[in-house]
Ligand binder design. Structure first.
Ligand code: MGD
Ligand code: MGD
Ligand code: SF4
Ligand code: MO
Length: 806
């Protein structure tokens, strides 16, 4: 029986059997994929993956509009989706594998050569240093998760045991706290919540909440509902809030401890819920009773009365949903903050009901929810969600420890740009025996790799997102390719399957048996697969590969890459058959067929609210509140520094604010930004005056790890001593690419050796990997101590030289 075809462990185990809730069913009737030349797909720029329709002009995404029939987003898009042609056609695509030569130059090589050489090197490294020395990073960005399903068999055959992805610099601390409490990934229901709380989250720009702008406006207009925003910056979301707690940067732990402290001290606990469901609360309640609310209020800079009023508003609401994101997850005390966030809704009974927090189903789990954590081989760092914290990766390499990583396989990620302390990370890549990057473009990371393999783009292959976080009805969309793969490129499913074959050999007999069975139909195929798995336990570890090579070719419209979803559909029916049946699927084959035919997506589970307990594996409906080390850190807050500035670095810089035209580094074409932004540094007017900065002028930012220049934008949304830079800038793009945004003051930085130009700040030249959370290792990207001065020149100075990779 094929189970999880991805490399991840399933997060959920129990079976749902609750009453169905109301929602228009989308499980049946496939919608055609090309009415009037409009093709259905999805936006790939953030986790919401809004359904869109596209009209093509040859290979151009000529017209784009929201897909009203989309099961989850119903036609909504933000400003960014309409610019997706810049992803498909704006950047310079790779069309042949590249190999780095001894002199550092790249040579174009054929696929057969590239895969044979990489396969041989991986085998040699495994044989000499062991499989665990081969580290896998990335896999899936914001909307290309299907290829990751096929990486698992390769990891397994290599004996690789460590992997990571960008979640390990944002969501893993929260996942560890969730694992202790509700037992799985918790999501809010902002469509229905009476009180919505956004903690270091700016959904107006960053979304995360589906149809965010519509939902935020609805909450804002409704006098019976309340929006609370905790953010040191008056964000666009804060503009719509009823209560904006404009905390001092990095003091959220004190702010939330005061609010939760007031819930306990003023007896605002939902005792009925607590006595029915909460256990092991002695230590945490004692700790919260000891909170000096007035002192904590002073630390975070919010009036005590306001914090107490917030506690009352949360405790007296019929439903509360909260959303914590990078503002706190990439700042001081992030795991403590995650715990406090979850206590606000647990102590007030806001779990497993409408408008509140719930644990959802998944077709493929994104991470594992475990409380007992493995540790990394060199530094012994905790690995929440089973991932190596991004901030320790360099430490796992830059050492002579025998268990250090020796090779790194990187896919759909740009860690040389996105991880803290780029300089150090680049140095660590240089120490590895093998670095392979799978990407659509030659990125900052690709430029440091031994091999770069060109992937087909997300509109050139069957694709999907596994960010399916809806409850009580959860949905899934398989996207059909809009275009054939650009010649010379391959989908990840094919790349990983070929690499697997390089290492393991082609299992000809097995493939023949399964192919014959597949021709006879799904039932014989299932029987053959089950028999094979019963005879050989290792079959499950290569299930995705076998499915791709045998069931894949029989799928309609060339949807071979979707084969792994057959295994995932089967697994869902093994664990939550009732939820899948309520969503309209009688068998797992029905669900699989619905997935591969329905272009606007399909609901795959439908539940009642009590299913939240089961998805979190809390069948006894009990939640233990005890997380001793986190409670200990909470108790230590009075002795914990709340300020991280110094005379040398007196300012806190937010290194990575989401703005209207930022999308990580997914679009490698500066002209995609309609507003021509060059990625300004935003500063408070009084600070600008004090530092002698002018609107549109240049400022230089200094940190412990580096320096950079940016254009100045004076903005009273910032408090004094706080400044903000956007994410997604500072890419080294080919200098020939005319982008039309270089202005007198925002002139690109030209690197004539690399032949590249850079606009805006590459943020992680400034960040320090040592500034990180004590538990999860989350970087402090949103809390970078810095000094800002008026720039002497009007041109960016080149950054520190690249370490050589000889
Ligand atoms: N437009 C756009 N949208 C995106 C992305 C993108 O690149 N561009 N990226 C996507 C990704 S990968 C992610 S993870 C999400 C992230 O989404 P968000 O977390 O919402 O994005 P940020 O703007 O990084 O940070 C959110 C807020 O944290 C605030 N903040 C800074 N310091 C502090 C602090 O000390 N305390 C508190 N409470 N708040 C603080 C900032 O002022 C900001 O308003 O966005 C996704 N959506
Ligand atoms: N200082 C600072 N650093 C940050 C952040 C911050 O706010 N501040 N934000 C952090 C966050 S929350 C995140 S999520 C990370 C994001 O950082 P990363 O995960 O490293 O990367 P992305 O920028 O999303 O890059 C995705 C890569 O996938 C490639 N790609 C696109 N389509 C395909 C495809 O179909 N196949 C393959 N193989 N590749 C493809 C793109 O070219 C790009 O190189 O950055 C983190 N880094
Ligand atoms: S970037 Fe905008 S359109 Fe694209 S998925 Fe996110 S919210 Fe939807
Ligand atoms: Mo992210």
């Amino acid at each position: 029986m094929p189970q999880d075809a991805t490399a991840q462990e399933p997060a959920i185990t129990a079976t749902g059997s609750a009453t169905a809730v109301d929602r228009t069913a989308h499980g049946g009737g496939a919608s055609t994929d090309s009415e009037d030349g409009w093709h259905k797909t999805a936006c790939i720029l953030c986790e919401n993956n809004c359904g869109i329709q596209v009209q093509l002009d040859r290979r151009r995404l000529a017209k784009i509009r929201g897909d009203k029939e989309h099961v989850h987003t119903h036609g909504y898009t933000c400003n960014k989706a309409l610019r997706l042609d810049h992803y498909q056609n704006g950047g310079v695509r790779l069309t042949t594998p590249l190999r780095r030569e001894a002199d550092g130059s790249y040579r174009e090589i054929g696929w057969d050569t590239a895969l044979a050489e990489i396969g041989a090197k991986l085998k040699a490294i495994r044989d000499q240093h062991g499989g665990p020395s081969i580290f896998f990073y990335g896999g899936g960005g914001q909307g290309n998760h299907l290829g990751g399903a096929y990486r698992g068999p390769l990891q397994h055959i290599l004996g690789s045991r460590y992997r990571s992805n960008p979640l390990a610099q944002e969501k893993c601390g929260e996942a560890w706290v969730d694992a202790h409490l509700a037992g799985g990934h918790t999501v809010g229901d902002f469509e229905h919540a009476e009180v919505s709380v956004f903690i270091g989250k700016n959904p107006w720009q960053s979304h995360g909440v589906a149809r965010a702008r519509t939902v935020l406006k609805q909450i804002s207009k409704d006098p019976t509902r309340t929006m609370i925003v905790i953010d040191p910056i008056r964000s666009e979301t804060a503009d719509l809030a009823d209560i904006h707690l404009q905390v001092r940067p990095g003091t959220d732990a004190w702010c939330l401890a005061a609010i939760v402290g007031a819930i306990v001290q003023d007896d605002l606990i939902d005792h009925e819920f607590a006595s029915a469901h909460l256990t092991d609360d002695r230590q945490i309640l004692a700790t919260l009773r000891a909170v000096d609310i007035a002192a904590y209020a002073r630390t975070c800079g919010i009036e005590e009365g306001v914090l107490r009023a917030v506690a009352v508003r949360i405790a007296t609401a019929t439903s509360v949903s909260t959303y914590e994101d990078l503002g706190v997850q990439q700042g001081p005390n992030s795991t403590v903050v995650s715990y406090l966030n979850k206590l606000t809704w647990l102590l007030t009974g806001n779990f497993a009901k409408q408008g509140a927090m719930n644990v959802h189903s998944s077709l493929a789990a994104i991470g594992s929810y475990e409380t007992e954590l493995r540790r990394t081989p060199v530094s012994g760092a905790l690995m929440p969600a089973g991932l190596v914290p991004c901030n320790v990766i360099a430490e796992e390499i830059l050492t002579d420890h025998p268990h250090r990583f020796r090779a790194m396989m990187i896919d759909s990620a740009n860690p040389a740009h996105s991880l803290a302390d780029s300089k150090r990370f680049r140095a660590s890549l240089a120490e590895l025996e093998l670095v392979v990057v799978v990407d659509v473009a030659l990125t900052e990371t690709g430029r440091l790799a031994d091999y770069v393999l060109p992937a087909a783009s997300q509109f050139e292959k069957w694709e999907t997102t596994f960010f399916n976080f809806e409850f009580p009805v959860n949905s899934f969309q398989l996207r059909k390719p809009l275009l054939d793969p650009l010649p010379g490129t391959m989908p990840e499913a094919e790349i990983y399957s070929r690499l697997y074959e390089e290492i393991a050999g082609v299992p000809r007999r097995r493939l023949a048996v399964l192919r014959t069975a597949a021709r006879l139909g799904r039932r014989p195929y299932f029987a053959a697969f089950a028999a094979m798995a019963a005879l050989d336990k290792t079959v499950m570890s290569k299930a995705a590969y076998l499915l791709y090579r045998t069931l894949g070719p029989t799928l309609p419209e060339g949807a071979a890459q979707a084969a792994a979803l057959w295994g995932l559909s089967l697994k869902l029916f093994r664990t939550h058959p009732d939820a899948a049946k309520r969503a309209g699927h009688h068998t797992f084959n029905d669900l699989f067929d619905a997935i591969i035919t329905n272009r606007s997506g399909v609901d795959f589970t439908r539940d009642g609210y009590d299913a939240s307990w089961r998805y979190g594996n809390r069948n006894n409906q009990k939640i233990s509140l005890d997380i001793p080390p986190v409670i200990e850190a909470l108790a230590q807050l009075p002795q914990t520094p709340a300020t991280h500035t110094s005379t040398e670095y007196p300012v806190i810089v937010v290194a990575g604010q989401r703005r209207s035209f930022t999308a990580n580094t997914i679009i490698r074409d500066n002209s995609w930004r309609k507003n021509g932004s060059t990625g300004a540094l935003r500063v408070n007017p009084e600070d600008a005056h004090a530092w002698g900065l002018d609107e549109g002028g240049r400022a230089r930012i200094y940190t412990r790890r580096g320096t950079a220049e940016a254009t100045v934008e004076i903005d009273d949304r910032l408090q004094r001593g706080h400044a903000a830079l956007p994410n997604g800038f500072g890419l080294d793009l080919p200098a020939t690419q005319s982008d039309g945004v270089g202005s007198a003051d925002g002139r690109p930085l030209i690197d004539s050796d690399l032949g590249t130009q850079r606009i805006g700040v590459a943020l992680n030249e400034l960040t320090d990997s040592a500034l990180r959370d004590a538990f999860a290792g989350n970087p402090w990207h949103k809390h970078v101590p810095a000094r800002i001065e008026k720039s002497a020149t009007s041109l960016n100075k080149p950054g520190p030289a690249e370490p050589s990779r000889s």
